[in-house]
Design a protein around this ligand. Structure first.
Ligand SMILES: C[S@@+](CC[C@H](N)C(=O)[O-])C[C@H]1O[C@@H](n2cnc3c(N)ncnc32)[C@H](O)[C@@H]1O
Length: 251
């Protein structure tokens, strides 16, 4: 089943992170934008005709185009675990006759390999206008996003419990040792969690998962590690009651 995102609040999130609420007249690329939730956000000030969305889920692009025909919708047939398991690995970004004031990616590099993140960030930076900004989210596994009275655990615990819940909804049991996995990841600066159960610490040399075995792929980075990867970036804490940090690279 194709993934269509029902997440809301992305415009509010990035307008806070970039300290700019008036995006009218700005050229915006929503990388991994799925059905275009940036445009659907009630507080969005983006001009439909200045909005581009690139995604590896063809159905999401079709759905976005039907709702916002004046915007620009591009299917990118690149491999991505679960989202597009039959795509071409490391396919180059499509050519675009446009440079962008803002390039945003909400919860995209949280689901790709670290190598893909490097490759794509490098290519996306070249699409920025002078003075433009690339902003993408990431999840620090050790960070506690909420007060203990609301949720008493770090982001990794939240993800593991979510994976158990999602499998239960499908009638399956995910028999994982949540405390044990958290303990194993305790000192890791980054790691990959595949299918909610296989943990690869500071490595993305995962075993082979056939397309039908590909359920979820989550990459986590500590704030310090992300800063070491992109020393020129500004790393911002979550806003808008969310759990994702933001990495902002200005041109
Ligand atoms: C968790 S969803 C978030 C969707 C959207 N940003 C939102 O907030 O509603 C991750 C999205 O990234 C897309 N994606 C993953 N890898 C991608 C890539 N290499 N290029 C473009 N989109 C990608 C997926 O297809 C999916 O739509």
């Amino acid at each position: 089943m194709a993934f269509l995102s029902s997440k809301t609040g992305q415009f509010t999130y990035f307008s806070l992170q970039l300290s700019e609420s008036d995006w009218s007249r700005k050229y915006v690329l929503d990388f991994g934008g799925n059905i275009g939730n940036m445009l659907r956000d009630p507080s969005s000030t983006i001009d439909e005709e200045r909005y581009w969305c690139i995604d590896v889920v063809e159905e999401s692009i079709k759905s976005g185009k039907a709702a916002f025909p004046k915007a620009h919708w591009i299917f990118y047939h690149r491999y991505c675990f679960f989202f597009n398991p039959h795509g071409a690995p490391r396919l180059k970004l499509p050519e675009l006759d446009q440079q962008f004031d803002y390039i945003v990616a909400y919860s995209v590099f949280t689901n790709t390999s670290r190598a893909d993140m490097f490759d794509l960030v490098y290519q996306l930076r070249n699409r920025l206008s002078a003075g433009g900004a690339l902003a993408f989210t990431f999840i620090d596994p050790h960070y506690r996003s909420w007060l203990p009275s609301r949720y008493d655990g770090n982001n990794l615990r939240w993800r593991l419990e979510r994976e158990i819940f999602l499998e239960k909804e499908k009638g399956n049991t995910l028999a994982i040792d949540v405390d044990g996995l958290i303990e194993r990841a305790h000192d890791a600066t980054w790691f990959v969690l595949v299918n909610g159960e296989d943990l690869y610490l500071e490595s993305e040399a995962t075993k082979t998962y056939e397309p039908e075995q590909q359920r979820t792929y989550h990459t986590f980075y500590s704030v310090a590690y992300m800063q070491s990867l992109f020393p020129e970036a500004t790393i911002l804490p979550p806003v808008n009651d969310e759990m994702q940090h933001c990495c902002v690279i200005r041109n």
